[in-house]
Design a protein around this ligand. Structure first.
Ligand SMILES: *[C@@H]1O[C@H](CO)[C@@H](O)[C@H](O)[C@H]1NC(C)=O
Ligand SMILES: *[C@@H]1O[C@H](CO)[C@@H](O)[C@H](O)[C@H]1NC(C)=O
Ligand SMILES: *[C@@H]1O[C@H](CO)[C@@H](O)[C@H](O)[C@H]1NC(C)=O
Ligand SMILES: [Fe+2]
Length: 405
């Protein structure tokens, strides 16, 4: 594995420009890719009364507004928000410069976690949007209305440039805020974020205090209300707490963050795929069963066959726990999934795998470790031009310290 420059302390939020990263990736020592370096010292959560956590003013004002892709092709958007005083309207009003105002109707849900009760969590999918078009949208109709906008992606095709931001393990510390600001100020202007898991770290607070899910929703709104973040689950989304009587994994996450998993034939929101511009993006779950005969296994087997590289030359996989990791933090946690799926990634020539989890930045050459069987002893990764580049970017700002060893 080729580590770069100051290795563990490089970019916390990087921007990937399709068509460019490929040529970088074959270079052994990439040097230093970013002057943005996080401090090694442990950071702390921003206090609950921080500016970034402010509740928007007005009766029943929508808060924690966020969007994500709502179908396979990018012609739909899921709009989500939370209201506190009463459910209020499920309607999203939207329009572009070329179309009159239209309405889309959704649903709301609530949940309890130990002694926490959520607000009214709304999800509305807007469909049949035009590609490459700026839309304005309004939520909170009937009480306090708030307006935002987004730009739909270009039509899927092989020669369509697009810029993704990449963030993992964000949390809500002072460093998290620096990461998000760094992303926003990047002159490359990311158009959508590939989020590789570990969102708010509410589970690190007593009783998994879900108030921290709400603060995180308000903190990230300034980006995710305007551009889709593509979600991947991390270990901090599991929220499995039998000591609190909470035994349904991913309960807060699944209520708050919807993804278009049915559009790709998936049966659970933890693994799914989307196409966006020239990229086919497969999202996997490190924390759902992935062994042979499991739903995720069957889905991925079919899914990889569907990818048409003439249509989407870029094949990108997102997961939380990295398969290749030379740090002692979380060492080998991705190994069992690698054993299951790496031969497929080589066969189908995945371009790049993004992971988080390890609070560091690390990038591999194209290499694979698929030759081993129980008797031949061939168990060392080798250079392999059919294999993906593996990029770990788990240093988004959470309060756990950076991996340095
Ligand atoms: C939940 O319980 C904890 C103690 O177990 C307490 O400190 C907290 O105030 C309670 N929260 C609510 C919303 O009741
Ligand atoms: C977070 O970052 C924004 C933008 O840089 C800044 O305006 C805000 O004051 C910061 N808040 C905290 C608590 O650091
Ligand atoms: C793959 O995509 C190309 C380009 O969009 C298209 O012409 C071709 O028909 C597709 N192949 C299959 C098998 O769908
Ligand atoms: Fe993690």
């Amino acid at each position: 594995m080729a580590k770069m420059g100051t290795s563990s302390r490089v970019a916390a939020a990087i921007v990937v420009v399709l068509g460019f990263v490929l040529s970088l990736a074959v270079v052994c020592n990439g040097g230093k890719t970013s002057s943005f370096v996080r401090k090694v010292e442990k950071t702390v959560d921003m206090p609950l009364d921080s500016d970034v956590f402010k509740v928007p003013p007005g009766y029943n004002a929508p808060q924690q507004v966020h969007i994500t892709q709502g179908d396979q092709l990018g012609k739909a958007v899921i709009v989500s928000w939370v209201t506190v005083e009463e459910p209020g309207s499920n309607t999203v009003l939207y329009w572009s410069a070329y179309s009159k105002k239209q309405k889309s109707e959704g649903k709301f849900t609530t949940y309890k976690f130990y002694n926490y009760t959520s607000g009214y969590i709304h999800h509305t999918t807007i469909r049949n949007l035009k590609f490459n078009t700026k839309y304005y949208y309004v939520v909170g109709i009937g009480h306090t209305e708030r307006q935002f906008w987004f730009i739909t992606p270009p039509e899927v095709g092989p020669d369509v440039p697009y810029t993704f931001g990449l963030i993992g393990d964000l949390g809500q510390s002072f460093d998290s805020n620096k990461t998000l600001t760094h992303y926003e100020l990047n002159p490359q202007k990311g158009q959508a974020v590939l989020f590789v898991g570990d969102l708010c770290y509410a589970d690190t607070h007593p009783n998994h205090d879900n108030v921290w899910w709400d603060t995180w929703g308000r903190f990230t709104e300034r980006s995710v209300a305007y551009q889709p973040w593509i979600w991947t689950v991390g270990n901090h989304e599991i929220d499995f707490a039998p000591e609190l009587g909470e035994t349904k994994p991913f309960k807060p996450y699944t209520h708050r963050y919807h993804v278009p998993y049915k559009a790709s034939g998936s049966t659970a929101p933890f693994w799914y795929s989307i196409k966006r511009a020239s990229a086919y993006i497969i999202v996997l779950s490190s924390y759902s069963a992935y062994g042979k005969y499991t739903p995720q296994y069957f889905w991925l087997e079919q899914e990889l066959r569907k990818v048409n590289r003439s249509e989407t030359p870029w094949l990108i996989v997102l997961m939380h726990a990295p398969w290749y990791n030379s740090y002692n933090f979380h060492y080998l946690e991705g190994e069992t999934m690698r054993v299951m799926y790496e031969p497929w990634f080589v066969k189908y020539k995945v371009d790049v795998v993004f992971a988080g989890h390890v609070h560091a930045y690390e990038r591999s050459e194209r290499m694979s470790n698929v030759a081993y069987n129980i008797v031949n002893g061939i168990c060392i990764p080798v250079k392999d031009q059919s294999a993906p580049v593996y990029i770990t970017i788990g240093d988004g700002g959470n309060t756990e310290v950076l991996a340095t060893k």
